[in-house]
Write a protein that binds this ligand. Structure first.
Ligand code: AMP
Ligand code: MG
Length: 489
């Protein structure tokens, strides 16, 4: 395979104002920290070549492979509700796209690859800690079955990055179905670039829903724009429902971190909840709790409203019809979100749909019981398979809830083994717990990758019962609790 990668770069063929073309900035002494061989194979890249000097040079940004057309994407966005007209890839370079063995087109992007015209005051670099954190958590999410960007490799640069203190630098190779964000649409809308919005809409629809794009090829633009908006609402609602179901808190649900693909993107101060509390926030920059666990569905609604706004120039033949289309499409969101949420949580308590309100009550009462008992979210759900037969070590509030739940399960008449299987498939035993992640990252910073490798291997099997990973599955002891996570920028 050598240095020529099977790139086919559709984004680079879009008009010039969509990006800035530039190569990554070389680094001093690249050294491979982690390589995702399974993902390499999906991309039809030879893991042995990726580990070679030439391969690592590419992953570090020191040598652009033949066929790459490196560029930084332009975008804008609302950050914590405040409008920022110009963001863009300030420390990332899209090398190009590869159509994988599965027929799926994916972006291959280097993150931490040096300054770009969008760097503003940043240095364009990333530190080892946040790079390995994104690697671990994104791959854990993939193993959990949650749509996400993936991590192909992490390479140490041999150069320091200067934050509060000097830290070792690294580059992450991120793989995504695309890097188009709500903020990408906002970039063109804010510039009153109607042609840009139109081109991006057609590109995004073609990329993420090729069948819809083909079916609507001769339809008015407004129909394709509405189809795109519908699709993003569906994908993002499904995504956030999955976050809720695994106790994931994104931490920075800004519109520039909200992907049109419906994948989780931009792992910064994200974290998984230990004990259940909907007000949980870890991000050290989220002073107001704007992006708390329980607020994520509402925050998604807000982001989708920004997307609908940015699409107004193409959603109708005139302003009135565009506003009407945006409103109707957006008004469908709460019900879609509710269904996605119920779909996930019904499975988590092992029931099938009977009555939305009744099911919601049963689920909410369980969550309230977990909260009252200060119980661990992940283990509380995982234990339900055992609680069919006995209360075990359940807390007092969960104990009080169990009889109604068992009666409901019984009324559905499914066999015990089937319900246990449903419960175990919906409730992971293993999540990337913050204290474990921190432990692995601090060891890595000191040059010891062993805890990272152990954790990575355990997180690849989130639904398997624990064996030697028991320590990895346990909630933190009080002194181990991680209280805040940092953006790592
Ligand atoms: P994030 O908070 O990581 O989603 O980043 C928000 C914006 O800041 C994006 O435009 C990033 O490209 C940019 N950015 C973050 N960190 C850096 C950095 N170290 N250098 C340059 N730009 C950065
Ligand atoms: Mg971002």
């Amino acid at each position: 395979m050598g240095g020529a990668l099977p790139f086919d770069n559709s984004y680079a063929r879009l008009p010039e104002r969509f990006y800035a073309k530039l190569p990554p900035t070389p680094v001093k002494a690249p050294q491979l920290l982690a390589l995702n061989e399974a993902l390499a194979e999906v991309l039809q890249l030879d893991p042995a070549w990726l580990r070679s000097e030439d391969g690592v040079a590419m992953l570090a940004g020191n040598a652009a492979p033949a066929g790459a057309e490196p560029l930084a994407m332009a975008y804008a966005g609302h950050q914590f509700g405040g409008w920022v007209p110009q963001l863009g890839d300030g420390r990332a370079i899209l090398l190009g796209e590869i159509v994988g063995a599965d027929g799926i087109r994916r972006d291959i992007q280097l993150k931490g690859s040096g300054p770009t015209p969008y760097s503003r005051r940043g240095d364009g670099r990333a530190a080892v800690g946040p790079v390995l954190r994104e690697y671990l958590i994104s791959e854990a999410m993939a193993a959990l079955g949650v749509p996400t960007t993936r991590s192909l490799a992490a390479v140490a640069t041999g150069e320091p990055v200067f934050r509060e203190t000097p830290l070792p630098g690294a580059v992450l190779t991120r793989v995504a179905r695309s890097h188009i964000r709500v903020g990408t649409f906002q970039f063109f809308y804010a510039r009153e670039d109607v042609d840009g919005v139109r081109t991006l809409t057609d590109y995004a629809l073609q990329r993420h829903e090729p069948e819809t794009a083909a079916a609507l090829a001769d339809a008015p633009m407004a129909e394709r724009a509405k189809a795109l908006l519908d699709g993003v609402i569906r994908r993002q609602a499904a995504l956030v429902a999955q976050w809720m179901a695994v106790g994931f808190i994104h931490g920075v649900m800004n519109t520039d971190n909200c992907a049109i693909s419906g994948e989780t993107i931009d792992y910064g101060p994200c974290a998984f909840m230990d004990h259940y509390d909907p007000a949980t926030v870890f991000s050290s920059i989220d002073y107001q709790g704007r992006y708390a666990y329980g607020r994520q569905p509402a925050m998604l609604h807000w982001n989708l409203a920004q997307l609908a706004t940015a699409l107004l120039p193409v959603l109708g033949a005139n302003e009135d019809s565009a506003i009407a289309a945006a409103q109707t499409t957006l008004d469908a969101y709460p019900a879609i979100m509710q269904q996605e949420y119920l779909h996930r949580f019904r499975a988590k308590v092992g029931i099938s749909a009977q009555d939305d309100a009744e099911d919601h009550r049963l689920i909410s009462e369980f969550l309230a019981a977990l909260q009252a008992d200060k119980s661990d979210f992940t283990l509380g759900f995982r234990a339900l398979a055992q609680r069919l037969a006995s209360d075990g070590d359940a807390g007092p509030s969960v104990r009080a809830w169990l009889p109604a739940w068992r009666a409901r399960i019984e009324s559905e008449g499914r066999g015990g083994a089937e319900i246990v299987a449903t419960l175990q498939a919906a409730n992971p035993a293993r999540i990337p717990r913050n204290h474990r992640v921190e432990h692995a990252l601090s060891a890595a910073a000191a040059g010891d990758m062993a805890p990272f490798e152990t954790l990575r291997a355990a997180l690849a099997q989130p639904y398997a019962d624990a064996t030697e990973a028991a320590e990895i599955d346990a909630p933190p002891r009080p002194e181990e609790k991680v209280l805040a996570t940092f953006c790592g920028t």
